[in-house]
Design a protein around this ligand. Sequence first.
Ligand SMILES: NC(=O)c1ccc[n+]([C@@H]2O[C@H](COP(=O)([O-])OP(=O)(O)OC[C@H]3O[C@@H](n4cnc5c(N)ncnc54)[C@H](OP(=O)(O)O)[C@@H]3O)[C@@H](O)[C@H]2O)c1
Length: 430
Amino acid sequence: MKKSLNIAVAGLGTVGAGTLKLLAAQSDLLALRAGRPIRVTAVSARTRGRDRGVDLAGVTWFDDPVAMAREADAEAIVELIGGSDGTAKAVCETALAAGRHVVTANKALLAMHGTALATTAEDAGLTLAWEAAVAGGIPIVKALREGLVGNRISRLQGILNGTCNYILTTMRETGREFADVLDEAQHLGYAEADPSFDIDGIDAAHKLALLSALAFGAAVDFAGLHIEGIRHISAMDIEYAEELGYRIKLLGIAERGPGGIHQRVHPAMVPLAAPIAAVEGVFNGIVTEGDFVGTTVLEGRGAGAGPTASAVVADLVDIACGRRAPTFGVPARRLDTVKSLPMDNHMGAYYVRLMVIDRPGVFADIAASLRDCEISLESVLQRSRAPGGVVPVVLTTHEASESAMRRALATIGGIDAVREPPHMIRIERG
Ligand SMILES: NC(=O)c1ccc[n+]([C@@H]2O[C@H](COP(=O)([O-])OP(=O)(O)OC[C@H]3O[C@@H](n4cnc5c(N)ncnc54)[C@H](OP(=O)(O)O)[C@@H]3O)[C@@H](O)[C@H]2O)c1
C-alpha cells in the first residue's frame, strides 16, 4: 500500500472529535477507497487534558495550532476551530504558505476571505476544500462542482440553517410563538446561547455566499447579500400561510438576473407541494436549477458531529487520491466579479398582514395605496369581524417590484386605522 496521507487537525470540538472518530471507525474502508491510509499525526485544541472520546496515543499535541500548521508531519491541515478571522485564518494561511493542503468547515472564514485564500492555494498548487462548510453532510459542493459541471446553474435555493428550520417547524406544529420556541431550542442544544448568527440569517448568508460563488463561478461577495432573519415571524403568520397553501421557511436564494446575481436570505412562503416545503426540523435542503439537468433536490442533516465529519472526510479522500479541483469550481483568478444586484430590483409576490380597525372605508385606503404603486392584489382574507376593534387583514399580491412594495407599505403603515407596522413576507415559487 502507498504511503499514508498524514493529516493534522486543528480543533477537537464537535466536528474535530467527530472527524477523528469517523477516521478511526472507517480506517480500513477509507484506505481501500483512497488507495492509502489516512493517518492523524498531530492535533491542537485549547484544553489539553479534556477527554474527547478519541484515542490520541501516538499523536503529537500542539498547544498552538498555527505552529502545528507550520511544523507538523502532515500533507494536509484540517481547520475545525471556527471564526472568520484570528486563529482559524492564521492556521489556513500558515498551512498554505508551508505547502500543505487545507480542509475546513469554516463558512464564516471563507465568506469573508474565500477568494483570497483560494487564490493563495491555487497559486501554490494546493487544495482548499470546504464540503463541510455548507449544509453539513449534504454533498452539495461535490454535486455543483462535479455532478452538475455540465450545466449553467440559473437558480439555487436552500434551507441552510437547521436551527431556524427547527424553530419554524416547531412553531407550526405547536402554534407557539418564536421567543418561546427559541428558548426551548436553546435548552435542547439546537440553538447557541447567543443565537443571533443563526436566527438573524448570518450563518445561512455565509453558506449562500459560498454556494453562489461555486454555482456561478463568481468571486465570493458576502457584502452583496440581502439578509433578514426570522425574529419577526409570528404564529399568526404561520397559520395564515397554511391556510393560503404555503409553508414559511428561512431560504437562501441565489439567481442569475440581467446584469448581475441576486443573493438573498429571508423568510419566505413556499407552496406546500414544493420539495423544499417538506424539509422539516433540523434538516437542510437545497434545490438547484441547471439548464440541461433541470431541477435537482438534495436533503440531509446540515450539522452535527457525524454528518459534518462525513463531509470533512470526503475532502480528505479526494486529497489522498490526488483528485484536484479549483476551490470554487473555476480557477480563483478567473472568478467573475459580476455585480450583486440590490434587493430593490427584486421582483416577486408578497404576503402582507395588517392589523386594522374594523370600520368602513379602511380597505379602500389600503387598496388605493397599492394601486398608486402599481401593485395588484391576488387575494384578500379577513377571517373575523369586530366592528370598531382591531382585526387582521391578509393580502397577497401578484408580482411586483420590491421598491414599489416598500413604498406602498410605507404609505399603508401611515394610515390611521392601521395599528401595527405591516408584516410582509415574500412568496417564492419553491
Ligand atoms: N458543529 C457543527 O455541527 C458544524 C457544522 C458545520 C460546520 N461547522 C464549523 O466547524 C467549525 C468547528 O465547529 P465546532 O462546532 O466543532 O466548534 P467547537 O465544538 O466549538 O470546537 C472548536 C474547537 O476549536 C478549539 N479551539 C478554539 N480556539 C482555539 C485556539 N485558539 N487554539 C486551538 N484550538 C482552539 C477548541 O478547543 P477546546 O475544545 O480545548 O476548547 C475546540 O476543540 C466551525 O467553523 C463551524 O462553523 C460546525
